[in-house]
Design a protein around this ligand. Structure first.
Ligand SMILES: C[S@@+](CC[C@H](N)C(=O)[O-])C[C@H]1O[C@@H](n2cnc3c(N)ncnc32)[C@H](O)[C@@H]1O
Length: 345
């Protein structure tokens, strides 16, 4: 099933674990279930929830990263508001006192001083925006501009050793920000339903009352890959929450803050967490993304799902990707991972 023209408007980032390449397969599996309500429980970039919205469902997009729930507020909950280009340009210019937090805390780490100064200006202006939806658009654009200006789009290292001169890095920060606002504006649409963005733990997410579908795509434990979202994205997650409620570990080179606890990406806690999750949403159609290198094993996952669902189907999805951040050469470390969708109904 090809993606619709609406879905192609989604402002994609290279968010770790994004399912944008698997959307046609996911869409085809979901289309077998007519439920009006759908939850994207581990939304990440938000693209699966956005696709479900484009399909006309009433969507709840959930994630425990603020950058994810903020993007969902801008693109999924929001059905009509846009941030006008003039207002976006205005956000790049000082309009009052500017707290130099980013300049002071991250100077010399990720971006040149001039960019850090501009980020602080945008932060200050965003704080005085009254409309929460427009604020969500501005924050999402700021996050996107920082991801685009960062070689590899990650914050696990300092300096610019991976700068390969690609176009995204050559474009100025200001242009990236305005381009991001424009892309987000163009991706805003309504589907006649009341869609919602939620920031919180998947295990506390409210269970819908009528027939519904839950798409589950957690970070799996794998001995071969690093799946800490906060470690990778702490700088942009910090921006999205303005570092409220987190404590920067000043002794670390990257000035990160502590990862949010989640049982799904741990070897020990994952099976219990899936059991709780499947039990909680037992009345819903469950669709789970799973990769062959993950834990629990495929067999264990099927058995867990069978505790709560009469029918469990495993749909293999042909997809290859490369993982390798343990210092081995890329070629040596190119592995084929089989992706699956588990469907419980
Ligand atoms: C594999 S990614 C999801 C990718 C997403 N489907 C996409 O296409 O972009 C997993 C997401 O789960 C989130 N997450 C991890 N543990 C969570 C929890 N306990 N509750 C809610 N979200 C969680 C992470 O922040 C991350 O965004």
């Amino acid at each position: 099933m090809p993606t619709s023209s609406q879905v192609r408007k989604f402002p994609e980032t290279r968010y770790m674990g994004s399912k944008h390449k698997l959307l046609p397969e996911i869409r085809s599996v979901l289309s077998g279930f007519a439920c009006e309500t759908a939850i994207d429980l581990f939304a990440g970039s938000g693209i699966v929830g956005y696709m479900m919205k484009a399909e006309g469902r009433r969507v709840l997009s959930n994630d425990h990263m603020v950058l994810s729930s903020t993007a969902a507020r801008a693109l999924i909950e929001n059905d009509s508001e846009i941030l006008p280009p003039d207002a976006a340009r205005g956000l790049l210019e000082p309009s009052g006192p500017v707290d130099p937090f980013v300049q002071r805390t991250f100077g010399g780490l990720y971006f040149p001083d001039a960019v850090n100064r501009r980020i602080d200006i945008v932060r200050a202006n965003i704080k005085s925006m009254e409309n929460p939806v427009l604020r969500a658009i501005a924050v999402t654009a700021l996050v996107r501009a920082c991801l685009k200006k960062r070689p590899r789009g990650i914050f696990t290292y300092v300096g610019d050793r991976y700068d390969d001169g690609r176009r995204d890095l050559r474009i100025s920060f200001e242009e990236q920000f305005l381009d991001a606002v424009d892309r987000i504006n163009r991706a805003v649409f309504g589907n006649g339903k009341k869609n919602q963005a939620r920031h919180g733990d998947a295990l506390d997410c409210p269970v819908p009352s009528g027939p519904s579908l839950v798409y589950i795509d957690p970070p799996y434990y794998s001995p071969l890959s690093d799946n800490s979202y906060v470690r990778r994205y702490h700088f942009v997650e910090g921006l999205a929450r303005d570092w409220q409620g987190v404590e920067i570990e000043m002794h670390t080179l990257t000035r990160k803050f502590r990862s949010y606890p989640t049982p799904f990406s741990t070897k020990k806690g994952a099976a219990v967490a899936f059991d709780r999750l499947f039990g909680r949403f037992r009345e819903c159609v469950l669709v789970v993304s799973y990769a062959s290198n993950a834990r629990p094993t495929l067999r264990e996952m099927v058995d867990l799902m069978k505790k709560y669902k009469r029918h469990v189907e495993v749909v293999p999805v042909d997809y290859r990707y490369c993982f390798g951040n343990r210092g081995q050469g890329v070629e040596k470390n190119r592995n084929t991972v089989q992706e699956y969708l588990f469907v419980g109904f």
